[in-house]
Design a protein around this ligand. Structure first.
Ligand SMILES: [Zn+2]
Length: 193
């Protein structure tokens, strides 16, 4: 969706913008005054991890749950685990840090680089059998991905990467369409006001 057709959390509204007006996430590197939306900046990401800052808006995340946007295959795996009453634990680390609920709802609808399977393929340690993945995807909602709340996150800053792991799903909001979370975002922003 166009970024200006989605209500913006106040902390996102004050982010630096690219020439089109897109708010630039906290972890996005800049090169020659141009944000590199497809990339994650090591120092910015490490800072967010250590200071418990939202990877979208760069402000503090209170103690308690954190959110992130997951792609279609992870959404299917979470949906399947929840439907079966099994706990879901993502053992595969990801480069994508957590954020506020409102920020991730916003990002899920606006950011073209989130929820793209190829964005995380390189780090995906699981190797699901394609056939199974296909069947699972067809059986649960959330074809495009999901906004997922986790009880907390763990991180590791290595010499070259900042890796995140998320523990205990506390909220699962799958999406099949780009505008699926508009109502949830509006409600979240109303509540914050
Ligand atoms: Zn935020």
């Amino acid at each position: 969706m166009r970024f200006d057709s989605v209500p913006m959390p106040p902390t996102v509204e004050v982010r630096p913008r690219d020439p089109r007006g897109y708010p630039v996430p906290a972890i996005t590197p800049w090169h020659d005054d141009q944000p590199q939306f497809a990339l994650t900046d090591y120092d910015r990401s490490a800072n967010c991890a250590r200071q418990r800052l939202c990877s979208v808006c760069d402000t503090l995340m209170p103690r308690g749950p954190v959110w992130r946007v997951v792609g279609g295959s992870e959404s299917a795996a979470i949906g399947e685990a929840l439907a079966a009453g099994r706990p879901y634990r993502n053992l595969a680390p990801t480069l994508e840090g957590p954020g506020h609920r409102a920020c991730m709802l916003y990002a899920s609808m606006v950011c073209p680089y989130l929820a793209r399977p190829n964005a995380r393929r390189g780090l995906d340690a699981r190797s699901p059998d394609d056939m199974t993945a296909h069947v699972v995807r067809g059986a649960v909602r959330g074809t495009l991905g999901a906004v997922v709340g986790f009880a907390d996150y763990e991180f590791a800053v290595t010499s070259s990467q900042v890796l995140f792991r998320f523990v205990d799903v506390v909220e699962f909001l799958p999406h099949d369409t780009a505008d699926a979370h508009l109502d949830a975002l509006r409600a979240e922003l109303d509540q914050a006001r």
